[in-house]
Design a protein around this ligand. Structure first.
Ligand SMILES: C[S@@+](CC[C@H](N)C(=O)[O-])C[C@H]1O[C@@H](n2cnc3c(N)ncnc32)[C@H](O)[C@@H]1O
Length: 354
C-alpha cells in the first residue's frame, strides 16, 4: 500500500543490518505498524509478532495479516450465498471476493460524502471517488458488516474481508498521495470500475498479538526480544492524511468537516510529530520497554536531532548508528511532477544493558 514511511522496500536492507550485527530473537514488536509490511516480513521469518498503531485501518490490516494465523474457509457464508464461481480451481476467499464484485452498488456514507453525486450541494463537490466506485465501496462495506451481524463470518473472516477492501480502495482514490485533499481533475485510475482484490494469508506457528493503541501505553504489557520503532518523522499527523481509510474501516458515520470532509482525530495525535515530545517518548520507551534490542528507523530529515536521539538511547545500553542512502520519489501536491532525492535512512540500534 502507498503509505508515508512504508518500509516495504527497505525490509531486506533492515534484515541484512540485523544479521550483520548479530541481532537475534524469537519475538518482535512492530511498535508503529502502519501497513504491517514490517510485521508480515518478520512473521514470515517465524518471529512471534506484537504490533500496534493508533489508526484503526492499520488495526484491520494487523488483525488480518498478523493475528489471524490460518487460511480461512468462509464455510457458513459460502453455504448461505450459494454462488457459483466462474473459475474451476479457486479458494474460498476468491469465491467471496468474486461474489462481492458482482453485488449491486448502493448508496451509503462514502457515496453520500466523498463523491460528486453525494456532495453536489457543496460549493466544491468532493471528488475522492467516482459516483460508481463510491456506491461499490458502500455496498461491499455494508455486506461485510451484515454478514458479521448475522454470524455468517467469524472475527478473522471479517477482518480478512475488511483488509481486502482497505487494500483495494487506494487504487481508485482520486488523490495525489494522501487523503487530506482530492484532485480537481479525475485521475484515469479513479474512473475505472473498482474490482475488489483478495489479500494473502500470512501464517506462522506462533501466537501473535495486535493492538489499536498508543504503543507507549503498552510498555507494561508487551515484552519482546526486538522492539522495532518506525515513528512519524515530521509534524504531519497520519490520521488526517488517511481519514478516508479510517472511515471506510470503521464505517461509523462520523461528523466530518471542511473541503476534504475530515473526521475528528483528537485522540489519534502522535507525540512523535513534535521534536520535544518525540524525544521524551523515545526516552520513556528505551527506559521502560522490555526488550533486548531496540531498532529505531529514522532519516536525516526527521525532526528529532541525531545527537538528541543518541543521548536519549545511550543511557540504557550500547548504541550504534547505521546509515544508508535511499532514493525517495516525491510527487508535488497535484501529483503532476515527481522529484527524486537521496536521503540518509538511519537505523539506531540500542542493545539494552542486562
Ligand atoms: C512511519 S509510519 C509506519 C510505517 C510502517 N512501518 C510501514 O511499513 O507501513 C508511522 C505509524 O505510526 C503510527 N503512530 C504514530 N504514533 C503512534 C503511537 N504513539 N502509537 C502507535 N502508533 C503510532 C502512525 O499512525 C503511523 O501508522
Amino acid at each position: 500500500m502507498r503509505y508515508i514511511g512504508n518500509k516495504e522496500n527497505l525490509l531486506d536492507k533492515i534484515h541484512q543490518v540485523m544479521q550483520s550485527k548479530n541481532i537475534q530473537g524469537n519475538s518482535f514488536f512492530d511498535f508503529f505498524a502502519g501497513t504491517t509490511s514490517v510485521s508480515r516480513f518478520f512473521k514470515k521469518l517465524n518471529y512471534q509478532i506484537f504490533s500496534s498503531d493508533l489508526l484503526y485501518f492499520s488495526y484491520v490490516l494487523q488483525k488480518a495479516y498478523v493475528s489471524n494465523n490460518e487460511v480461512l474457509n468462509f464455510e457458513k457464508v459460502i453455504n448461505k450465498i450459494n454462488f457459483q464461481s466462474t473459475s474451476l480451481f479457486t479458494s474460498p476467499l476468491r469465491i467471496i471476493v468474486e461474489y462481492l464484485n458482482q453485488i449491486e452498488p448502493i448508496e451509503g456514507f462514502i457515496s453520500q460524502n466523498y463523491t460528486p453525486f453525494g456532495t453536489s450541494d457543496l460549493k466544491i463537490p468532493r471528488m475522492y471517488y467516482s459516483n460508481e466506485n463510491g456506491k461499490i465501496i458502500d455496498a461491499i462495506r455494508q455486506k461485510i458488516e451484515h454478514w458479521k451481524t448475522e454470524n455468517l463470518i467469524n472475527e478473522n473472516e471479517y477482518f480478512i474481508l475488511l483488509a481486502c477492501l482497505i487494500e483495494t480502495v487506494p487504487f481508485y482514490a482520486n488523490i495525489s498521495g494522501v487523503y487530506a485533499a482530492f484532485q480537481k481533475k479525475w485521475d484515469p485510475r479513479a474512473v475505472k470500475k473498482m474490482i475488489l482484490r483478495p489479500v494473502e494469508f500470512v501464517v506462522n506457528n506462533k501466537e501473535n498479538f495486535t493492538y489499536n493503541e498508543n504503543s507507549t501505553e503498552l510498555l507494561n504489557q508487551v515484552e519482546a526480544d526486538i522492539f522495532y520503532l518506525d515513528p512519524p518523522y515530521n509534524q504531519r499527523q497520519y490520521a488526517p492524511n488517511y481519514h478516508l481509510l479510517e472511515t471506510i474501516a470503521k464505517y461509523d458515520n462520523p461528523i466530518i468537516k471542511g473541503v476534504g470532509g475530515l473526521r475528528d482525530y483528537q485522540n489519534q495525535k502522535s507525540k512523535f510529530c513534535n521534536a520535544t515530545t518525540a524525544i521524551q517518548e523515545l526516552n520513556k520507551i528505551a527506559k521502560e520497554g522490555k526488550f533486548k534490542t531496540l531498532i529505531l528507523s529514522y532519516n536525516s530529515e526527521g525532526i528529532m536531532k541525531q545527537e538528541n536521539i543518541i543521548s536519549a538511547l545511550e543511557k540504557y545500553g550500547k548504541v550504534e548508528l547505521v546509515e544508508f542512502e535511499y532514493l525517495r520519489f516525491k510527487s508535488n501536491s497535484n501529483g503532476e511532477r515527481i522529484t527524486k532525492k537521496f536521503i540518509q535512512e538511519q537505523l539506531y540500534i540500542l542493545q539494552k544493558y542486562a
